[in-house]
Design a protein around this ligand. Sequence first.
Ligand SMILES: NC(=O)c1ccc[n+]([C@@H]2O[C@H](COP(=O)([O-])OP(=O)(O)OC[C@H]3O[C@@H](n4cnc5c(N)ncnc54)[C@H](O)[C@@H]3O)[C@@H](O)[C@H]2O)c1
Length: 351
Amino acid sequence: MSTILITGWLGYIWSHAAVVFAQKWYDIVIIDNLSNTNLSVLEKLTTLIGKFTWRSRQPKFYQIDLKNTEEVRKVFHENKIDGVIHFAAFKAVEESCEDPFKYYENNISGGVSLYKVMNEFWIKNIVFSSSCTVYDTMNVTPPYDEQTPKKTINPYGSTKRMSEIILEDLSTHKGFNTILLRYFNPIGAHPSGLIGENPKGIPNNLLPYIYKVATGEYEFLNVRGNDYPTPDGTCIRDYLHVMDLAEAHVLAYEYLQKNKKFIPSSAGPEWFLDVFNLGTGQGTSVLEMIQLTEKAIDKKITYKIWPRRPWDAPTVYANPSKANTILGRKTQRTISEAIQDGWRFITKNNS
Ligand SMILES: NC(=O)c1ccc[n+]([C@@H]2O[C@H](COP(=O)([O-])OP(=O)(O)OC[C@H]3O[C@@H](n4cnc5c(N)ncnc54)[C@H](O)[C@@H]3O)[C@@H](O)[C@H]2O)c1
């Protein structure tokens, strides 16, 4: 069976995708420096993978930083890797505006270090976690398909677009087989409640923040702007259940394996590159999310309205039809299910 190297494996999204990949019997090698997670996630994943797959063969974990090329090289020496899924990155938009260098260094240099070693070892299959932040969300009206013009409005988004451009170059000139996945807004948790989103510090995303109000840790939610050109004045986003997102990664990886052009024994300059949006195509406003959460978990969510932030686009949602048609992915779970699954994780971990 094929061995995949995953970077950022213990983070929010991949920890969910890991379960799905393990069910498909892939062998997994992990790199994570634990900058935004901790080892308890590894323990829980080991339990989950055992429970859902009855597998004795557990993922092999390396606690290293991707920027350390020598250490990354060691991982490739020690394992026969067939492809890479590259999740590891910093992702907080606000922090990226305060300290762009931290983002360029981690997200770009970390990636380049990885691609360099991949190229040395002739491992050229990669699925990259990109984001809808690459689209010109300030000037182009949604829904956004994969051809929507690109323009980033914060350093985090720029690191995603720069990484895409680097991978486009590496496909054309170094034979990389690449799939770029542009995520919209993942929410929720694995239905077991064992793993979920547990950010260090103040949450950057809406739902984890709402949960902190629901648990009483925060007194109220800060709603940033209610004068946007949307029906209730608050920003609209495309929320999808993290398990729907996780399952799409298996489809994308299998699609890559079927369509890859470069194979190590061939001499020709062949390569493959494709890009898919992962979203639902449905927009939900901040106030609607508050109402849906109140209903789903039966708790009052107090909020206060504040002025807009300069980096928030009013309305962002996907045209997901390319991934739906070509990869055969479907949105299987509702926002209310995602809210309930996420809440199960929060209550289990707070008790
Ligand atoms: N969660 C979202 O809303 C969202 C939306 C669009 C795109 N994305 C992208 O998806 C990917 C995964 O997001 P997530 O929500 O799981 O984030 P996360 O922070 O939970 O996970 C990222 C993981 O990468 C690790 N990491 C970061 N830098 C590293 C480095 N230099 N070396 C080794 N490990 C490193 C962290 O410790 C963490 O475990 C990221 O690339 C992110 O930009 C996320």
